[in-house]
Ligand binder design. Structure first.
Ligand SMILES: *Cc1c(COP(=O)(O)O)cnc(C)c1O
Length: 369
């Protein structure tokens, strides 16, 4: 008996009491934004959690990505994936750069290194891969290509917060990584984001860039924008970060319940984390191949009929957006096209119960022919 709506995600929140305690000092200081105490604390907490040397917080992940592209002074072409959220491709285009699309790997949906090299030409200045669903890209192969061609690597790591590979933080790969702290992400600051980066010299630039390029009381060094994280969002982050290990542990149980339920169903493709990967269990993607006997859209509709909301994520490909149609002379990306039309991300959040997971999986399995 369907007793309640199940949405695809549910934002993690501290108790009201914990949050009120965190923001109470703001009523004494009247300091609400502009890199105040909570902002500074969250930066310190994140440096430690992510094991990185350099971080700059932003109002959201998208602005963080635009800002780092601008700060790195890129020009020309950027090799990237069409199997991503609008933000990745939009950031490249909005910074006056040309995206060049390469196909993804069928096993983890990230940019395929074997497809990158043939697309590099004299105008290419960077690679912008995405760690899709928390699956890390083939970071070694991508680094090798970038080194041989003198390209920057900027990861869209919006899905990879807290993920580690053989103990190494996802924030350590490439020249920079963007994280999103949007309400729907594993770790949220309501809205928010950050860039982690290798070159410490970028710190001053990024810190100033997000505040109109203001570098001193009477100095303005860059034509920057306004992309600062405010104190209330930073305080939410400070609270949520305390509970993140517990949240991820709960997500792991949810994910394992799904996989146990679904991985042996003919025509259903799910992937457990690869060897050496400490996952954050941010999404629960399921690919429905022809053998399953029902399409992705059939399953989506069957769940909707029971008030369960899955998501066609990522669909359509960014290259199929109206605003980009016919615009970029790109490589064909048949694997990305296939996954995009066959994948569904099922509800996934820490407080999902095992009974709810079983009920969702029973509906999914009942669609099989
Ligand atoms: C969420 C997300 C973004 C954008 O982050 P915001 O914080 O919402 O601006 C970018 N890329 C990917 C892959 C995302 O999932």
């Amino acid at each position: 008996m369907p007793d309640e709506r199940i949405l695809v995600t549910r934002s993690s929140m501290p108790t009201l009491e914990e949050y009120v305690n965190e923001i109470a000092p703001l009523w004494d200081s009247h300091f609400l934004t502009n890199m105040g105490e909570k902002h500074q604390q969250l930066e310190r907490d994140l440096l430690s959690y992510l094991d990185v040397d350099n971080i700059t917080l932003f109002v959201n992940g998208h602005n963080a990505l635009e800002c780092v592209l601008e700060a790195m002074d890129l020009h020309g072409k950027v090799i990237t994936t069409p199997f991503t959220f609008a933000s990745t491709t939009h950031a490249i285009v909005r910074k006056g750069l040309t995206p060049v699309f390469a196909d993804i790997r069928p096993d983890n949906y990230t940019l395929d290194p074997a497809k990158i090299e043939e697309l590099i030409d004299g105008e290419t200045t960077a690679i912008l891969p995405v760690h899709v669903y928390g699956n890390l890209c083939d970071v070694e192969a991508i680094q090798d290509i970038a080194a041989r061609h003198g390209l920057k690597v900027i990861y869209d790591a919006a899905h990879a917060f807290g993920v580690r590979k053989n103990g190494v933080s996802s924030a350590m790969f490439g020249d920079a990584s963007m994280f999103s702290f949007h309400a729907t992400k594993v770790f949220n600051t309501i809205e928010g984001g950050a860039v982690c980066y290798r070159d410490h010299d970028l710190k001053e630039k990024l810190d100033h860039w997000k505040n109109f390029g203001i570098s001193g009381l009477e100095e303005v060094e860059y034509a920057g924008g306004n992309a600062k994280m405010n104190e209330f969002c930073a305080a939410m982050g400070v609270c949520n970060l305390r509970h993140l290990p517990d949240e991820i542990a709960k997500r792991k149980l949810v994910a394992e319940r799904y996989w146990d339920n679904l991985e042996d169903v003919p025509g259903i493709v799910v992937h457990r984390p690869a060897e050496g990967i400490e996952s954050n269990y941010c999404y629960l993607p399921v690919v429905f191949e022809d053998e399953f006997g029902a399409t992705r859209d059939d399953v989506y509709a069957a769940l909707r009929a029971q008030d369960i909301f899955a998501r066609k994520y990522f669909y359509p490909l960014t290259t199929q957006f109206d605003c980009y149609r016919g615009r970029f002379d790109s490589y064909e990306t048949p694997i990305a096209a296939h996954v995009s039309t066959h994948v569904l991300t099922l509800p996934m959040f820490a407080d999902l119960t095992m009974e709810q997971v079983d009920r969702i999986c029973a509906i999914v399995r009942s669609c099989a022919r």
